[in-house]
Ligand binder design. Structure first.
Ligand SMILES: Nc1ncnc2c1ncn2[C@@H]1O[C@H](COP(=O)(O)OP(=O)(O)OP(=O)(O)O)[C@@H](O)[C@H]1O
Ligand SMILES: [Mg+2]
Length: 427
């Protein structure tokens, strides 16, 4: 057992988590957000006090109406040009890259406070593809993540694929040789691996012979949020509204408003001006007025958070879930949208089919006719229609519900305890 501890960091699109294997060989999952292991990957730059809040404190400050700027889904920017761009927070501007560094500094600080010692070595998770079909940008995303970790104070960094980490965590619970399709469906990506699990081999550092295939696609819970926002809330602001001459209102503003990492773009002076000019395209001026209230009040994250909460509620109960939109100022009348099982089915059908196809491709590439178990992890793996679609596609496999939010971090910690090679720089 190495004397220096290695932190496993799962930097997720929606939530981040961290864990390590201590000197006694025991797994320690860090309580990153109070007692909770997972911390929303969110920062809030409070306008008046110039303070930066992280995790659930950031979400709470934004949702309670504190003036300031919320940033979420930063991982979706990795590999894109936006990473080097500056963005306005209060009276300053800051590079998106430096925002990621701030997040890692805080994460490192919280982990060090938890274990009571300095931590400089990290194994970080990465999705199978940060960016689909573009290897160069994908490599850039990994390098950027590594650079951000080094800048935050880590001196040794290694990477492991997120679905392999999830598999290593699952392996702790299997009692006999098992072939498994590990399904990790998070906020940004859906990742799969077919792996031969064996309790006897779990202490071996090189598992490449047991990893039979990995596949991944850039579809996750944030895409489901966008699709549901576009089918339930955005039409109330004019999306798909047929304007003068039966022309649909230009839709870019609605796409930005319903995409976590692009929302801020719709508040720029230029975007506001463009949206204001759209009034000539609307036959119903009340829809345009509502759109302008949403933009001027910077309610994008609030609407999307409402849709996300309704998605989760409807997924858990199967019943209709309402999204309250009173803050859009339609009083005295009540404005709300509804996420129902039918809406989920129609809005998400095409994306879910792609996710299931990617899972099937993984089994196909493994060369196995079927797997013994399908292990589900990641927050979106609880999505009802997705579980139903996977069950239908793989009727012979045993479906195992896993550690939904902490599994990847735990697996990264196990990988970290065996890891011998680290990067000290990224060029
Ligand atoms: N019960 C549920 N039903 C459906 N979706 C859920 C449920 N609970 C959480 N989610 C969704 O899970 C997602 C977050 O999952 P998770 O924390 O695993 O993602 P992540 O690790 O941050 O993302 P990624 O691994 O893609 O970078 C969010 O989109 C959230 O809305
Ligand atoms: Mg994840």
């Amino acid at each position: 057992m190495p004397t220096e501890l290695t932190l496993g960091i799962d930097f997720g699109t929606s939530n981040s988590a961290a864990a390590l294997v201590d000197t006694q060989g025991r797994l320690q999952v860090i309580g990153l957000d109070g007692l909770r292991p997972e911390m929303p990957t969110a920062l809030f730059f409070a306008g008046e006090t110039h303070t930066v809040l992280y995790g659930s404190a950031a979400m709470e400050a934004y949702l309670s109406g504190t003036e300031g700027r919320l940033l979420r889904a930063l991982k979706s920017l990795l590999g894109s040009r936006l990473m080097d761009e500056y963005t306005a927070v209060g009276d300053k501007s800051i590079r998106f890259f430096d925002i990621v560094v701030l997040f890692f500094k805080e994460l490192k600080r919280r982990c060090e406070a938890h274990v009571g010692q300095s931590l400089t070595r990290a194994v970080m998770g990465r999705p199978v593809h940060f960016v689909d079909d573009d290897q160069e940008r994908d490599m850039l995303a990994e390098r950027t993540l590594g650079r951000a970790a080094l800048e935050a104070g880590f001196t040794e960094v290694a990477f492991q694929l997120e679905p392999i980490a999830a598999a290593l965590d699952f392996e702790q619970r299997v009692t006999a040789q098992t072939t498994a399709l590990v399904v990790d469906i998070g906020g940004g990506t859906s990742d799969f691996t077919v792996i031969r699990l064996d309790p006897v081999r779990s202490q071996t550092s090189d598992r490449s012979a047991d990893i039979l295939a990995t596949t991944g696609v850039h579809i996750g819970g944030t895409d489901f949020d966008r699709l549901l926002d576009l089918s339930t809330v955005m039409p109330l602001l004019g999306y798909r509204h047929l304007g003068k001459g039966s022309r649909p209102v230009p839709n870019s503003v609605f796409f930005e408003l319903s995409t976590w990492h692009l929302i801020h773009q719709s508040y720029s002076r230029r975007a506001l001006h463009f949206a204001k000019e759209l009034w000539t395209d609307f036959v119903d001026p009340s829809l345009h007025a509502r759109l302008m209230r949403a933009l001027q009040g910077q309610h994008g994250h609030r609407m999307l958070s409402g849709v996300e909460a309704a998605k989760i509620a409807c997924s858990v109960s199967g019943a209709d879930a309402r999204v309250n939109l009173d803050f859009l100022g339609d009083a005295p009348s009540v404005l709300c949208a509804t996420v129902s099982a039918d809406v989920m089915h129609s809005a998400l059908q095409a994306s879910l089919a792609q996710v299931v196809q990617c899972a099937q491709l993984c089994i196909e590439r493994s060369g196995l006719a079927a797997v013994d178990a399908v292990y589900l992890t990641g927050g979106s793996s609880a999505l009802r229609p997705l579980v139903a679609a996977l069950r239908l596609a793989m009727p012979q496999a045993r479906l195992v519900e896993g550690n939904r939010f902490g599994g990847v971090a735990a697996g990264l910690a196990y990988a970290g305890a065996l890891q011998t090679q680290f990067h000290h720089s990224f060029t």
